[in-house]
Design a protein around this ligand. Structure first.
Ligand SMILES: Nc1ncnc2c1ncn2[C@@H]1O[C@H](COP(=O)(O)OP(=O)(O)OP(=O)(O)O)[C@@H](O)[C@H]1O
Length: 253
């Protein structure tokens, strides 16, 4: 379980997250939706310990992320919005480095590398340096790095952005398989069909706050809409998502 409790964050005096609170249940896939600038990346970076909150706290089970970052890191896999791969290393070397940083060695290390290589179909890339990798190849390596130590919680920021159909499909199948294995997953996305397909629960953010939460079906019932995109627009932008205003602007005087 991930619990975000009363988190505030501001940049240069400008509030970005206001008293943010929600929980992400174990063994489920939860999606974080919001317009550009709603605060999703800031929220995910605070959960992963990359950024500190001004106040409030984040718990992974009973671990406070800010107080015990090392323990939190062992429980977390992160696919962030700014992936830096070490371009001089091959995929095998890169993943081995991260696995060792997570405490794996000897037979357990070899087993972890073999397992992630076959699970994410990394065979063709395994001995290539990551310099020049395509977007899809980079995503596979980032996901492998996030998963190599088999974390209980996986956080992904717009993981299918820039991926082709097959790469996005591989990623979605991997997330569904991980859920079946009990991993707790929180991801942000702007792709509504993907969110509808994957998510047990959806959190809608607007202006640094949660303005709606529930299963896609519950959100539809709550808003009186018949699909997730309309429910999202109703919650995040108000009922019409600005369509009414646009119609009025277009209407002759
Ligand atoms: N390091 C920073 N310094 C100053 N402002 C920041 C910083 N990081 C984020 N912000 C601001 O905080 C707000 C929320 O940004 P954030 O990246 O969390 O939004 P988002 O919901 O992830 O948006 P998007 O969907 O466009 O990725 C934005 O107005 C952004 O400009």
């Amino acid at each position: 379980m991930i619990e975000v409790e009363s988190v505030h964050k501001q940049f240069a005096g400008r509030p970005v997250l206001h008293n943010l609170g929600f929980s992400v249940p174990d063994g489920q896939i939860t999606a974080l939706l919001g317009a550009n600038g709603a605060g999703k990346t800031t929220c995910l970076r605070i959960i992963t310990g990359l950024l500190g909150a001004d106040s409030g706290r984040v718990l992974l089970g009973d671990i406070d992320v800010a107080r015990d970052p090392m323990a939190a890191r062992r429980q977390l896999g992160v696919v962030g919005d700014r992936e830096g791969l070490y371009e001089r290393l091959t995929v095998a070397e890169y993943l081995s480095l991260f696995a060792r940083m997570q405490g794996l060695s000897g037979g357990a290390l070899r087993e972890a590398l073999d397992s992630i290589r076959s699970e994410l179909e990394l065979g063709d890339l395994w001995h290539r340096r990551t310099r020049g990798f395509s977007q899809g190849e980079r995503m596979k390596v980032s996901l492998a790095r996030a998963l190599v130590h088999r974390p209980r919680h996986l956080i992904l920021d717009e993981p299918t952005r820039g991926l082709d159909v097959l790469a996005a499909r591989l990623l979605r199948r991997t997330l569904l398989r991980l859920r079946t294995a009990g991993t707790t997953i929180l991801f942000s996305s702007h792709v509504m069909p993907e969110v509808a397909e994957l998510s047990d629960r959806v959190l809608v953010m607007a202006g640094g706050r949660i303005v709606g939460s529930g299963s896609p079906r519950e959100l539809a019932q709550h808003t009186g809409c018949d699909n997730l995109e309309d429910s999202f627009v109703a919650l995040a932008y108000g009922d019409t998502g600005g369509e009414e205003e646009q119609r009025q602007e277009r209407a002759p005087a």
